[in-house]
Design a protein around this ligand. Structure first.
Ligand code: ADP
Ligand code: ASP
Ligand code: MG
Length: 412
């Protein structure tokens, strides 16, 4: 059972979580719980680190931000004990949850679940685990898994203790066709394939961290997204509560062509104008960006009319915008371009569905619908089960709603 920030936002909410855990314990299950920091806490800790020094040591950043989860794990253990349930808190290093050394975005490399399993067997003890954090054993330093990383902690723990299921309790009762906060008509999905969820998460649906979906897919852990706001006493632990199961494709009988729509405003566009249309130009632009570890997403190159000059447009995460511009400016002599334009008021809207594999013309419908709304498309990328469109950020909500209606998701 994993509980996110809003689910443990204060002591009353933590007591509510304890009731959810008690219900499962009373039903005879062995339970490991993973908790996030209280909502807003991690942001506050990040801000403190930045205020102290904008360019700070990533090892100390991790020491600071990992503290939020330490607090909630202890609090939940106490709340459970107060209900007469055996419970013990665990920090990442105590289990240990081993990770890479990439501070602030570490990857889990191994978890030893033996001690947790032993305690289930011997004492029926609930393990309350601080999410988001781990340890890089060779250096002995605390690491964190990147924002939203408690989801990943939970799925990794579930795999390590051979759990039947990993329940992600959050502030919505499942995965919706799009963010329900933006499109009130969004509908809850019964089941979503791992691959689709991977696309939705990486294209902006932050309900699950991308890495948690990857782990669920690799270790075949069924992940169930549900609400901690459903009253604990109303839930039958043996019944099927409202929620969304993320599972393998084979378990989904009927596929819609389009499953969901994701969007992200965290994008920036850079256009390099009047570059010579000759071999090696893409390498001259993207080589230095790769060397600077800047992730390039969409790329559009015009076919030049005269065979001499062309334009090349690409997108990077908004957080890398300034670095990307600097990198291109520094490589100006090698690239040999005339001008560089850029924009940060852009958004990426993506349409996702496994059914697209076997249907033609899905994207074409979107182009038409958006043009009827006078929404200009700046760049397009496609893959087997999704396509993404770059548009002006001001039109994000309109575009998402238009596409949601277009693909019949309003009445899904
Ligand atoms: P937690 O603190 O529990 O980890 P998050 O804020 O990380 O919760 O994730 C839940 C939020 O994800 C929801 O409140 C919702 O606004 C957002 N969200 C974005 N896209 C979707 C979607 N397709 N389905 C459900 N929620 C979504
Ligand atoms: N508390 C961390 C964050 O806000 C991890 C998480 O909640 O998943 O990013
Ligand atoms: Mg989250």
């Amino acid at each position: 059972m994993k509980f996110g920030g809003t689910s443990v936002a204060n002591i009353e909410r933590i007591r509510n979580v304890a009731q959810h855990v008690k219900r499962e314990v009373d039903a005879g299950h062995d339970v490991a719980v993973v908790v996030s920091a209280m909502s807003g806490k991690t942001n506050e800790l990040v801000a403190w680190a930045t205020e102290t020094s904008p360019l700070h040591d990533a090892r100390e950043y991790d020491a600071i931000v990992a503290s939020g989860e330490q607090v909630t794990s202890g609090l939940l253990a106490i709340a459970l004990q107060a209900l007469g349930i055996q419970a013990r808190s665990w920090q990442g290093w105590q289990i240990p949850i081993q990770t890479s050394e990439a501070h602030a975005s570490a990857r889990i490399t191994g978890i030893d679940g033996t001690e947790l399993i032993k305690r289930f067997k011997e004492r029926k003890e609930v393990a309350v685990i601080a999410g988001f954090q781990g340890i890089h054993e060779p250096t002995g330093r605390i690491t964190t898994l990147g924002r939203g990383g408690s989801d990943t902690s939970a799925v990794a723990i579930a795999a390590a203790i051979h759990a039947d299921r990993c329940d992600i309790y959050t502030d919505v009762d499942g995965v919706y066709t799009t963010d329900p906060r933006v499109v009130p008509k969004a509908k809850r999905l019964e089941k979503v394939a791992f691959e689709e969820m991977l696309e939705m998460a990486s294209l902006g649906a932050k309900v699950l961290q991308v890495r948690s979906v990857e782990l669920g897919m690799v270790h075949n852990v069924p992940v169930f997204v549900r609400s901690s706001f459903d009253k604990p006493e109303d839930i039958d632990p043996h019944g099927t509560p409202p929620g969304t199961l993320i599972c393998s494709e084979e378990e989904i009988m009927e596929n819609q062509v389009v499953t969901g729509i994701a969007f992200s405003k965290d994008e920036a566009q850079i256009s390099v104008r009047q570059i010579e249309d000759k071999p090696g130009i893409a390498a001259a632009i993207f080589g230095p960006l790769a060397d600077a570890s800047i992730n390039v997403d969409m790329i559009v190159q015009n076919v030049s009319e005269d065979g001499k000059y062309t334009d090349l447009t690409f997108t990077v995460p908004a957080s890398e915008y300034n670095r990307a511009k600097d990198t291109i400016t520094k490589a100006k002599d090698k690239i040999g371009y005339k001008a560089m334009d850029s924009a940060t008021d852009v958004a990426k809207v993506s349409v996702i569905g496994i059914g697209m594999r076997s249907h033609a013309g899905v994207a074409a419908q979107a182009f038409k619908a958006l043009s009827e709304r006078n929404i200009n498309i700046r760049a397009i990328t496609t893959s087997e089960i999704k396509f993404s469109l770059l548009i002006d950020a001001a039109y994000t909500e309109l575009a998402v709603r238009t596409l949601h209606t277009l693909y019949g998701l309003d009445q899904a």
